[in-house]
Design a protein. Structure first.
Length: 383
């Protein structure tokens, strides 16, 4: 299901949840205040089909790849001064490819019904991904972390509908996710069955999620202040099309404070846990800059992170970040009492002042002293 999230992010990019309506006028790429490069006017007045290229830098997928999304934006017409809910309709298709021969394709539709404060998302996709998973095995009284390579081919669909309860700050919604996962490996299956909890065959995972979200950040792209809290509970059962009976809970909290106009402090806490019957590819993992996807998995995962941004000028910023994570599991192959750390630095450019949208590059060092780089659109914690 993580590949589903990746394609969703590619498709949505920077175009989701824009509180805009189109205007017929000439588009400029300079800000009216400082006359520097700025995409605010372009975003406000974009029309028709928009190509959106992305560079993929995930270490678990070969550290380099590319994606291209074609996005059709249909802004909502204004409903008057009392309208507090005006999201554009978005239709998109995307494809991706990385250096470890992973690829995927998908399509998405996002829209809203402003009169009743409701929005919806529907997506479909297919991926062919080469991914490494790690398990702890004991040899001669010592425990070693062993890497196993899998080829995963998920076909997935997603349907999401949510209701605006209070001024675009509080939402509640339902999300249905379904994935048929085909798993292939060159390793003896009898051996893997004992390590991966007999979950390596062709299976379906269908689940319904209920979520609530409170978002008081001053920007959904790159916040300077405010808080965000989201809780989601998923239930996978046979009547939802699932071959597994699985429960999953996700809690997310972000806080941003601004001691001075040039200094923004960000804090993140995230907890994810899943039931015993979850297939190995659905187990939560430490998701943080410097950590390859899927490397540190468990039935439960706790992540704590801070990011400090310093605005050197109106446009340019420097930042540093550091975080720690820990996994929890009853399985002897996943049990790990260690806390793992990562940290790094980066820069940002204010690419769209009106939306407080910054873009830049981060370089992070993970637990094994390996470096990774990330191209960041908005804030790294947005998902």
């Amino acid at each position: 299901m993580n590949f589903q999230r990746m394609l969703m992010l590619i498709l949505l990019g920077g175009f989701l949840h824009l509180h805009l309506h189109a205007q017929e006028k000439k588009v400029t790429f300079k800000d009216t205040l400082d006359h520097k490069l700025d995409l605010s006017d372009y975003v406000i007045n974009m029309h028709g089909l928009i190509p959106y290229p992305i560079i993929i830098t995930e270490p678990a997928l070969g550290s380099f790849g590319g994606a291209l999304a074609l996005v059709l934006v249909s802004p909502k017409k204004s409903m008057g001064s009392t309208d507090q809910f005006r999201f554009p309709d978005i239709t998109g298709a995307a494809g991706m490819y990385t250096l470890n021969n992973s690829w995927g394709t998908g399509a998405l539709r996002q829209g809203s019904f402003p009169k009743i404060g409701m929005r919806y998302t529907a997506a479909i996709g297919y991926c062919d991904v080469n991914m490494d998973y790690y398990r702890n095995l004991e040899y001669n009284g010592e425990t070693d972390e062993i890497k196993y390579s899998f080829n995963l081919k998920p076909f997935f669909i997603l349907m999401d509908i949510s209701e605006n309860l209070y001024k675009n700050k509080i939402f509640t919604g339902l999300r249905y996710q379904f994935a048929n996962m085909q798993v292939h490996t060159d390793i003896n299956n009898d051996f893997l069955d004992s390590i991966f909890n007999y979950r390596i065959s062709d299976k379906n995972l269908g689940m319904l999620g209920l979520y609530a979200e409170l978002d008081y950040r001053n920007s959904m792209f790159t916040p300077d202040k405010g808080i965000r809290f989201k809780t989601t509970y998923y239930l996978a059962r046979s009547y939802f099309g699932s071959d597994f009976d699985v429960d999953r809970l996700e809690l997310l909290f972000n806080a941003f404070v601004q001691p001075y106009h040039w200094w923004v402090c960000g804090f993140r806490a995230e907890w994810q846990m899943v039931g015993d019957e979850a297939p190995f590819y659905f187990l939560p993992y430490i998701l943080m800059r410097g950590f390859p996807m899927m490397m540190y998995q468990g039935q439960g995962v706790l992540m704590l992170e801070t990011e400090q941004r310093f605005d050197v000028t109106r446009r340019w910023s420097l930042l540093g970040f550091a975080g720690t994570g820990k996994t929890y599991s009853d399985s002897e192959y996943l049990k790990d009492d260690n806390w793992y750390f990562s940290g790094g630095a980066g820069f940002r450019y204010l690419v769209a002042r009106i939306f407080r949208l910054r873009m830049g590059v981060d370089v992070a060092m993970g637990p094994d002293n390996q470096f990774a780089y990330y191209i960041v659109f908005g804030h790294n914690w947005n998902r």
